[in-house]
Structures are given as C-alpha cells and as structure tokens.
Design a protein around this ligand. Sequence first.
Ligand SMILES: Cc1cc2nc3c(=O)[nH]c(=O)nc-3n(C[C@H](O)[C@H](O)[C@H](O)COP(=O)(O)OP(=O)(O)OC[C@H]3O[C@@H](n4cnc5c(N)ncnc54)[C@H](O)[C@@H]3O)c2cc1C
Length: 493
Amino acid sequence: MAHAPQRFYLELEPPVEELRDKPHVVIVGGGFAGIKACKAFKGADVRVTLIDKRNFNLFQPLLYQVATGLVGLGDVATPLRLLVGAQRNVQVLLGEVSEIDAAAKQISFNNKTLAYDQLILATGSGSSYFGHEDWRGIAPPMKILEHASEIRRRLLMAMEQAEQTPDQGERNFLQTVVIVGGGPTGCELAGAVAELMCNAMAEDFKQMDLRATRIVLVDPGERLLRAMSPELSAAAAKHLQSAGVELLFQGRVKEIVPGEVLIGTPDGEVKIKAANVFWTAGVKASHLGKKLQEVTGCELDRGGRVIVKDDFSIANYPEIRVVGDLCSFNHTADGKPLPGMAGPATQMGGWVAKDIRAKLEGGSQAPFSFFDFGSMAVLGRINAVADLRGLKFAGGAGWALWALAHLAFMPDDENRITLLVKWLWAILTQQRSDLIITGLPSQHVGLEGSDAPFPMGQGQQPSFAALDSTLEKAIENFKAGASGSSPVEGTAA
Ligand SMILES: Cc1cc2nc3c(=O)[nH]c(=O)nc-3n(C[C@H](O)[C@H](O)[C@H](O)COP(=O)(O)OP(=O)(O)OC[C@H]3O[C@@H](n4cnc5c(N)ncnc54)[C@H](O)[C@@H]3O)c2cc1C
C-alpha cells in the first residue's frame, strides 16, 4: 500500500517517534462509528488522526432526556480525548472538515490540509425540513446537544410564562406542544414531555392546571414506530394516549408560523395553536457526502447518503471508506439499506478498521454482516417497547431491557453510573433536577457592569427572564388571533 507524502502533524508534534512512517488513517467524525473504528486500531501498526468539529462524543439516543430535564448535558456527552486520547497511536484534533481532495489524498480543516493513506468518513447526519428551512427556527429539531437544551429552555419558558398569565386561553396555548414525527425520537420526546409537564412538575406550578397540558404527536403514516411490528406500535400508541398525548395520524405539516401549525389530513386541515413545536421528522446525511460526490463522482441516495461498496469504499477510491449514518449500505439479504442507527454505525466502524488492519498485514477478513439486536423506544418513566430479534416486550420489561442496552452502549463509565442513579431517583421520586433555564447568549446581556459577556445593543432591555423572540412572536400571534380568551383550536376544518 503506497503512503501519502505529507506528515504535517508529526512534523509539528510527533506523538510517538516510531509511528512517523506508519500508514496514516484519518477518521473524520467521533460519533458511534468513528469512535469504534478508532478503538479497533488499538495496538495496530498505524497512526490514527481523529478529527471532529466538537471535542465530545454525543450519545444522541438520550437527547430527549436532556430536553426534558431528566439528565444534564454532560451526562450524555463524553470528551473524545477521554475516550481515545490515551491510545498510543491516536491523535485527536478539533476541526470541521470542509474539503476533500481525493486525487491528492488530502482533506482540509481549519485552513490546513492533512494527507491520509486511508480515510474513514463518519460525519453522521443532520435534520431535514424537506425544503422548508424557514421552519427550523420556529420548530427546532433534536440532533445536537444545543438543540436539546434549546427545547428544554423553550418548554420551561412557556411554563414560566403560563404561571404568571391570568388568561386561561393563553395559559392553555402556552401549555400546548406539537411534536412532528412519530418515529422513535418523536415518541420518546412526546412521552418525556408528558411526564415532565403532567407529573414531574405537578406540584411546582401553583397557578396552572397541568392536566390542561396538550401534547399532540403528528405523523404522516397510519401508526407510530413504523419500523416495529404493528403490535408494538399499538402498545406504544396506547401508552402515549394514556399519558395524555394526542395522536394525529395521516397528518402532513403544511405550514408553521410562531404559535401555529397547519396540518393537512384526509378529513381537511387542522390548525393547532401551540407555544412550542418540535421537529423530529426528517434526516439528511452530512454535507461531506455531497462534497465527496463532487470530487469522486460517487453515488448518493435521496437522503444524501453515500452508496458504498460491500467494503464501505467507493468506486475507484479503495482508500476512502464511508460508514455510519453517512453511508447507504445495501449489501443486505433483502437489498434494503441498513437503518441510520447506532447499532449499524458501531458495527460498520469496527469492521472497517479491522479490514484496513487486515489488508495492511497482508490478510483479509470475512465480509461485513450486520447483527441486528433489534429496536426499542422508551415511552414513559418505566415504560418502553422493545423488539429483540422477534421477541417483543412492552411496559416495565421493555424499559428494563432498554435501560440495560443504553447503559451498555454508553461509552463512558462515569456517565453510565450517573445515568443509572438519575433514572432510579426519577423513578422513586418523580423529580428531575436538570431544569435550569440558561437561555441564549443574547439573553445574557443582563449582567451588570464589566461582567457583561456580550455588548448591549442600543435600546435593549436585557434580562435573564426575557422571552426569546420566537415565544414572544408566538404569544403575539396567539393574542392577535384569539378573540378574548378562546380555547386552543385543534379541530378539522
Ligand atoms: C434524538 C436521536 C435519538 C436517537 N435514538 C436512537 C436509538 O434509540 N437507537 C439507535 O440505534 N439510534 C438512535 N439514533 C440514531 C443514532 O444516534 C445515529 O444513527 C448514530 O449517531 C450514527 O452514528 P455516526 O457515527 O454515523 O454519526 P454521529 O454519531 O452523528 O457522529 C458524527 C460525528 O461527526 C462529527 N462531524 C460532523 N460533520 C463534521 C465535519 N465536517 N468535520 C468534523 N466532524 C464532523 C460530529 O460532530 C459527530 O461527532 C438517534 C438519533 C437521534 C438524533
């Protein structure tokens, strides 16, 4: 295997001298796939550079718990250096890869170029609004840590506002949440929001009747969790409905403005006035897939995922592998691409690293075959549905399996212990402590004197307790549309 010539990081800072001339593997993305690949190179005769635009690995499956105050930001994120920094042949660099020069075998980040012998792209996916980018600010997605804390902030700000609003109609509006998308993320968020607003905070707000809380889960299909069996979908629907979540099937969002969602259904349009709308409906691959297509002509699927060969490489570039959510791997028994989930991403990352090792050592390994453990979704404090290779569980048993699986997947021991303690505490007390409103940087201008971290604009009335512009606009729209104190609408027109 020929080696690329450039060795810039070793010239600057050789971490281990004997690795200087070893093949250089660059891994872009320290998520499920990237970290697994990195660890699988432990002890190998290669030097590895892991580049990520964040300095932490994010456990996305628990973001909904951050969004609803059950756990804190640091409980679901682990610094990359803590995970692989001590590995002798790994160097971690913070940077956002923006360009790929496949002919020169180089990538660019932070205005630097870095050469590779082997490149593993594992930059995951983001959210898609199907061409309605203007909805993003009004109805945030839940993909990164900041989204989860923003959802938490918006939920709590609406509750605080409701507590000091005398008008019942306006209070109902502030207590209404619409969640778009009935997949695992939407179901988990809906269940957790119901738990937070109807149970966990039941005694904390004196003015509000928390039973008046309205949570609507909208999905274009005819059932929730379509990747699972109809039986588990029905169990999930039953539990969510008993927790107070309204399910709106065959609903397609047609418009979102602050304070209002317009949904098309077979029976006509439904307009829901809601202070908060959250979006869990669409996924699109990281933009590096498009970049790779521009320079290599590789094929992308409709979601922007790179269609890979059976060894995760692309045509004419055996040294470039694409794994995790960024790839579309359809070398499966039924020809269907593997789903964008943590399990496939982890297994792909590990297999690719082993394949590179085997080839460097002059050997080969068995073709990739995905071992499907199954899927699960948590719906309440001790309620989940799980389908483990045909064995179906719902309720408390489903939750126990869900908890075990998530703790096993969590890459860091400290977080594993913290999560277990917080979950058990929440089960016993129904309390949650991560309900801190930290706000947007623009709201931090209320600090006095030289402590103010951001300059104040002229005429601004800064305050930690200020409503952000979306909620302010939502309330404004609600007041303009509401005659007197009319109740929240939500019926088919
Ligand atoms: C809310 C939510 C809940 C989920 N729940 C589940 C679940 O219950 N079970 C399940 O199996 N799956 C679940 N998933 C899906 C699962 O999290 C993903 O499939 C998995 O994270 C994909 O792993 P990955 O390594 O491909 O990408 P990621 O884990 O997303 O990692 C990508 C990494 O690349 C970095 N990156 C991106 N672009 C660049 C760039 N240009 N330069 C440098 N670094 C970059 C990012 O910072 C990130 O660290 C959930 C996802 C979400 C959003």
